[in-house]
Design a protein around this ligand. Sequence first.
Ligand SMILES: N[C@@H](CCC(=O)N[C@@H](CS)C(=O)NCC(=O)O)C(=O)O
Length: 338
Amino acid sequence: MKKSLFGVAIAASLALTATAAFADTLADVKARGHLLCGVSEGTAGFETPDANNEWSGIDVDYCRAIAAAIFNDAKAVRFVTSNSTVRWQQLGSREVDVLARTSTWTMTRDTTLGLTFVAPIYYDGQGFMVHKETGIKSALELGGATLCIEAGTTTELNAADYFAANNLEYNPVTFVTQDEAYKAYEEGRCDAFTTDRSALAGNRLLLAVPDDHVLLPEVISKEPLSSVVRQGDDLWFKIARWVFNAQLEAEELGVSSANVDEMLASENPGVRRLLGVEGDFGTPLGLTKDWAYQVIKLVGNYAEIFDRNVGAGSPIGLERGVNALWKDGGIQYAPPIR
Ligand SMILES: N[C@@H](CCC(=O)N[C@@H](CS)C(=O)NCC(=O)O)C(=O)O
């Protein structure tokens, strides 16, 4: 019995390897004519649909950038939603080509799910929001508190670590969907809501009376919110990675959607390589040599997508912080395009 189960496991793993080895996501996407992008059911600043089901957000713009690189058309994307618990299956079942939805890159996720994390689009950390009337000023005052949490998240695990480390009791109440979790919090079923700080900042603004809620100062974890692809398709992984790198490199070189056409005449060799004026960095990726020009022209550089979705140009108004470029004291850094 043991032996035959072992055999089944080997066969299954060989089948997975074979599928992975022959997977060609780029060919599938090109044949389909659009990208399938996995997003959450709605996280302010990251992915939200409007009344016409037009999606916007920093994750949405990342998927639009991939579509721009492949199709010269940032609109060639369909957005497929999932809650935090089932998000990984969307990739495994090929329902989506890339997942861009506030997913923290952890070692277990990266090494056990048949998936590969690509690049942190936003470096975040977990925080807490409380009802202002409680007068709570620090997470260390949350001993005995009831916390609203989304299931299937790192949030659950970090909260457990934090309260154990500080020798505090707490009562977690987990919900499968974000809507249920916020509703319960708003109705006063929980003393605090805990998740990534960026999501708290954005989603606070969607509560009935945002000023009735405050974010506590503590940041209790590292949450590198990253894009994710299936393991075993190296070319697709590289496309997903270099599209993001190109947006960082464009910011570093001062190339934006507003000036990219003028920049085609730049004498700066870095700009010329980025825009495909000199050399061809597209063909090895299965793309045209102006792939990065299309990304910047149609979607923008990293500063533009950050500002309009979550930064100073958005109602959320988050600072760049660690998400500044390395040359400005942050940790966003693209390897050289050469
Ligand atoms: N970054 C954490 C939390 C992810 C998470 O739950 N994100 C929330 C927003 S912070 C979300 O996507 N909610 C919407 C949904 O589940 O549809 C993780 O990867 O586990």
